[in-house]
Write a protein that binds this ligand. Structure first.
Ligand code: NIG
Ligand code: FE
Length: 407
């Protein structure tokens, strides 16, 4: 790979700091440089600064003309279910007619219908569909994505999903406790199987484990059992919690030292205070709340209380068929009243922290990955301002152009 110089940028915006997540008043700490450059060597950033500080005598470098464009770090989608078979457009249609997501789940549709389609797809198809989804995400500026299993719920398909996420360049999370598949008589019997038969191999393929702690899936005792076994096998821990009901996910996450608790649409003031006093990141998924017509999570209250927060799409076929972080940023601003700066930090540096990579992605800084989004606007804030707009002009991933908008 050669050197790459992005020059004459109208503006460059990046979370402040040298690594690690930002919270409290620092959640708004975005550094903006007017008339800027980014110099990349191989897959790393070599230097960032105002054009007046551009090193002389660079020799033979590939150049991108940044005039009229604003640069932000490659976006990090730290919560997706991007590997799945089939779709749920019929369910979407039923929900549009008034059926609820939880009713469809209880009737054996919902997650279980995607389990059937994912089991029926071969591994090759799972790889190609996850790669396709990666191209959709990239066109919206996502340069790193996390991808969960959880639509196999049997030995072979769970492991195939983890391999497919990895093959498509994602960060795999074993969502071995998503819901109970029909061939088991209850959650405990299913966990007996999953922990004995799948965990040993999942622990090698995945970086983290996740559980859906909710009525109709796993209760707090079952979630604890699953997470403790996963922690003992070396996996980082995450939870889907407080999506429909407050059921102890925050307390469990704190006690077990989880990286994150995600969703939080049902979280009340006590949960906000507990999360704010902890090192667990609250991952907010406003596209999922929007898609299901549910209340937004208390993003403003969490930010004000000093909690660590991140933003992600939750991209999946049932509760959030949405692959756009810019749309998520718009929703965070308009529906949760987060400041534009807070949303950028939440979807870059803080999202990188959730997947254990805050020392190398999520900032435009020397030494960080050369993952850069060029926006078709001279002010970076257009990333959230243009609701569902095509604001991404060019995506540089690992020092090379990976996407360029045509027309
Ligand atoms: O994050 N809540 C549980 N799991 C996913 C939805 C999965 C699905 O509906 O297929 C979520 O919303
Ligand atoms: Fe999810």
């Amino acid at each position: 790979m050669t050197d790459l110089l992005v020059r004459d940028l109208a503006q460059l915006a990046t979370p402040a700091g040298t690594g690690g997540p930002l919270r409290g008043s620092e959640l708004r700490a975005v550094e903006v440089t007017e008339a800027a450059f980014v110099l990349c060597r191989d897959d790393r950033i070599e230097a960032v600064g105002p054009m007046s500080a551009l090193p002389a005598g660079l020799g033979d470098v590939e150049e991108i003309d940044g005039r009229g464009l604003a640069a932000i770090p490659g976006l990090v989608d730290c919560h997706t279910h991007a590997c799945f078979g089939g779709d749920r457009v019929n369910e979407f249609s039923l929900r549009a007619g008034g059926a609820s997501y939880e009713e469809l789940h209880a009737a054996g549709g919902g997650i279980l219908s995607t389990v059937r389609a994912t089991r029926a797809a071969g591994e090759e198809e799972l790889v190609s569909v996850t790669e396709l989804h990666r191209t959709w995400m990239r066109a919206h500026g996502t340069t790193t994505f996390e991808g969960k299993s959880g639509y196999g719920l049997d030995h072979d398909t769970e492991l195939a999903q983890l391999r497919a996420v990895r093959a498509a360049g994602g960060v795999p999370t074993w969502l071995g406790a998503h819901t109970v598949p029909p061939e088991y008589d209850g959650a405990d019997a299913y966990l007996d199987f999953a922990l004995a038969e799948v965990l040993p191999e999942a622990a090698v393929l995945a970086e983290a484990a996740d559980v859906f702690l909710e009525r109709g899936s796993f209760d707090a005792a079952q979630a604890r059992r699953y997470l403790e076994a996963c922690r003992d096998a070396g996996l980082a821990l995450r939870l889907h919690g407080d999506q429909f009901t407050e059921s102890g996910a925050i307390q469990l996450a704190i006690e077990l030292g989880a990286r994150s608790v995600d969703h939080l649409e049902a979280t009340g003031p006590d949960g906000v205070a507990q999360l704010a006093a902890s090192e667990v990141t609250g991952v907010l998924l406003p596209a999922s709340a929007l898609f299901l017509g549910r209340p937004m999570p208390p993003g403003r209250a969490l930010a004000d209380a000093g909690a660590l927060i991140a933003l992600a799409t939750d991209f999946n076929p049932g509760s959030a068929f949405c692959d756009s972080i810019p749309l998520v940023l718009s929703l965070a601003c308009t529906q949760m009243k987060l400041a534009l700066e807070e949303t950028l930090v939440a979807a870059t540096a803080n999202a990188a922290h959730v997947i254990g990579r805050a020392d190398r992605i999520g900032r435009l800084r020397a030494g960080f990955a050369a993952d850069i989004v060029l926006l078709d606007a001279s002010d970076w804030r257009h990333v959230a301002y243009h609701l569902a707009g095509d604001v991404v002009h060019t995506v540089v991933e690992g020092g090379a152009v990976a996407f360029r908008r045509t027309a």
